[in-house]
Ligand binder design. Structure first.
Ligand code: FPP
Length: 258
């Protein structure tokens, strides 16, 4: 039994209803962002170290990237490491950094063949050299790809994103490149890590938690949210399809009326 909170449907994994989900291919969210939560609980439930939960979470990433590519999602943003995650035990932080390196080593060629473009958001200068280098190689290798954009949020925080944007905007005003009257909502995204990326249509957070945890604070103004009780390592392509199906049955009004 998989429970989606706040949605219209409760889907029983054993029911034939699962097979009946038909997505409207004209209404696939252009940008999906995922808070990959529940790795620690997944591991704890199996008496495994937390790092094994993150390792299992990588398998979900691989499957979800493929699914997004298959159904035509244009941008997939994954919250892999927040500005607050440095507070975790040193060995967990280093296990996460190593997993990123291993993931790229293992999957980069296939992602490249599948036309995936790899990007990141967040301050990479604080990451271990090995991890930053692996990411930079991946950006370079996939920079001309035109398929799904896999945007990995690393050392990312929504507040940090906004503060950096404001600082850089003020600098442009001070240097006379921008007038105060030119500042508006539409152009502010150009000062954020999500420059050239549309706001997320759908933000997914599995594992039972229902909060944003400093993710995409500016960009989420009109995002739809999907919460479920599945831990990230158990999150399957079918769960993505269910979340998109639910999204497609919502009434997005952007503050207007329909
Ligand atoms: C949150 O679960 C998960 C994270 C902080 C890390 C997510 C990272 C990965 C899945 C792998 C590395 C990333 C890439 C791109 C290869 P949690 O540990 O807070 O879970 P809990 O709430 O159950 O303790």
């Amino acid at each position: 039994m998989v429970k989606f909170f706040g949605g219209k449907k409760t889907i029983d994994e054993n029911s034939s209803e699962n097979q009946k989900i038909v997505l409207d291919m004209n209404n696939i969210p252009k940008h999906i962002a995922i808070i990959m939560d529940g790795n620690g609980r997944w591991a704890k439930a199996r008496n495994l170290p937390r790092s094994m939960g993150h390792k299992a979470g990588v398998e979900s990433i691989i499957n979800i990237v493929k699914e997004c590519d298959k159904i035509g999602v244009k941008y997939l943003t994954l919250y892999a490491f927040s500005t607050e995650n440095w507070k975790r035990p040193k060995d967990e932080v280093s296990a996460l950094m190593n997993l990123i390196v291993e993931y790229l080593k293992r999957e980069l060629d296939e992602m490249h063949r599948n036309n995936v473009k790899i990007k990141s958001m967040g301050d990479l200068t604080k990451l271990p050299d090995k991890c930053r280098k692996a990411l930079e190689d991946a950006f370079e290798k996939t920079k001309d790809n035109t398929g799904v954009v896999l945007n990995i949020a690393l050392n990312y925080g929504g507040r940090d994103d906004i503060i950096r944007g404001v600082k850089s905007l003020v600098k442009d005003v001070q240097e006379g490149k921008l007038s105060i009257d030119d500042i508006n909502e539409g152009m502010f995204n150009d000062y954020l890590y999500t420059k050239n990326i549309p706001d997320p249509d759908l933000i997914i957070r599995p594992s039972g938690e229902q909060r944003l945890s400093n993710f995409l604070l500016w960009q989420c103004a009109y995002s739809e949210f999907s919460y479920s009780d599945i831990n990230w390592p158990d999150f399957k392509p079918q769960n993505l399809i269910e979340a998109i199906y639910d999204y497609q049955n919502r009434n997005r009004r952007f503050g207007g009326i329909k």
